[in-house]
Design a protein around this ligand. Structure first.
Ligand code: SF4
Length: 146
């Protein structure tokens, strides 16, 4: 199916079809890095890390087994139109978050650049990632929100 030119500018997220919805993902892979919460009540804090899901290819940001990811990783969740409002932690660069907040996509987004490598070239991806299976203390890998 051919994508309509600049469909994200004249369609709402709810109006997009499945192909358009999938095409919105820039492939940065940042949502596949672990986060954790420490503390309770007013002291509760969300930490972002450079610890990746074991399936994530750290170089390309692609899932190593996209078709079977839900079977392999128990906590892998599909981002949908319905649950998007629950994903407030998505990176500030994420196309779904940007459109949900009525903001434009960045010009390095592959839909705009026409180049699947533009995300990496723009240094949007998390650097020095490490797989969860290689980590003992998650606090050692905390990073700023991205
Ligand atoms: S953070 Fe958003 S744009 Fe990046 S891989 Fe995840 S869903 Fe796609």
């Amino acid at each position: 199916m051919t994508l309509e030119k600049n469909f994200w500018e004249h369609k709402t997220l709810l109006e997009m079809n499945e192909v358009e919805w999938e095409a919105l993902c820039d492939g940065c892979g940042k949502c596949c890095y672990r986060k954790f919460i420490e503390g309770r009540g007013k002291r509760e804090r969300l930490y972002f890390t450079r610890i990746a899901c074991n399936l994530l290819d750290l170089e390309t940001g692609k899932c190593g087994n996209y078709l079977k990811r839900f079977e392999i990783e128990d906590d892998c969740t599909k981002l949908t139109k319905k649950n998007l409002p629950d994903f407030a932690w998505l990176p500030k660069t994420c196309a779904y978050r940007l459109l949900y907040e009525n903001k434009p996509l960045f010009d390095w987004h592959p839909l705009i650049s026409g180049n699947s490598k533009s995300v990496k070239l723009a240094h949007v991806m998390i650097e020095n990632g490490i797989h969860e299976c290689d980590v003992i203390d998650w606090f050692d890998f905390v990073i700023e929100e991205n």
